[in-house]
Ligand binder design. Sequence first.
Ligand SMILES: [Zn+2]
Length: 320
Amino acid sequence: MNIENMPKIELHCHLDGSVRKETIKEILGFEGDITDKVIAKEKCESLKEYLTMFDLPLKCMQTKENIVRITFELFEDMANENVKYAEVRFAPRLHMEEGLDYQDIIESVIEGIKKAEKKYDIKGNIIIIAMRHEDVEKSIEVVENSKIYLGTKVIAFDLAGNEADFPPYIHEKAINLAKGYGYRITLHAGEAGDKHNILDAIELGAERIGHGIAAKDDYHLRDLIKHHNISLEVCPTSNYQTKAVDKYEHHPIKMFLNEGIRVTVNTDNRTVSDINLTREYKKLVEKLSMTDDELYELYLNSVEASFCDEKTKKELLRKW
Ligand SMILES: [Zn+2]
């Protein structure tokens, strides 16, 4: 399989974790190397340490102009490695430090995606994030203020951030509200937190789970994931960095796949994890002996798991 030319789908990619290093330097006027400030160590102490790498990129994302540019550049990078469809996610409330409001932020991301769609063979949609360390009133605000963009690129709602200290049930009201408005639901769970968060996320109505690695030690939970048709968005390099797995070679993706769980491969954060989908798939082939048939299966899983419309899904199936 020629991994470079293989069509790809990205379902779990944080906009603020995927800002080009050169763009950060240019916007903030830095000279010299900023690698240790924006790229996490190969193995972090914890997810919390990994999350500190978002400080500089977020500083760059406080104006409409910069958000449009950064979104466009991300989609350009993805198009250049044959990503045909991407769902990019961000938390609007992290972009309000200099006075932007929901409308400014979301419309800037939409503009960046549309600009890239015109220039490249790629399509994109948006997953809106509420930060789990904030209280539920704030996540309700996020749901309410983003809902007018449902159908205009915004398709889903997610909870992200410090999972170990803030389990999903804190945000139950916001999740229920989002479901009622027609957002699709994907929730980060079982990344740094334990397996109960995965179970809770499913009970709360998540159709997809961000990571879900904690299911690796629980057959019954994996059986439940399978029978509820829950898709897992795993991000092997990031999972290794945040210690969700102790060795890349021990990543449970093959087990998930062999057991019939709809597992998908994603980057999480292209800059912070210093990865793209091409390199991630190459690592899966090299370190986990992923076969061509399995790569195809992963592609089909991503098409099925995506939140796009049926027409786009059919187009994506024809790309392989
Ligand atoms: Zn994530």
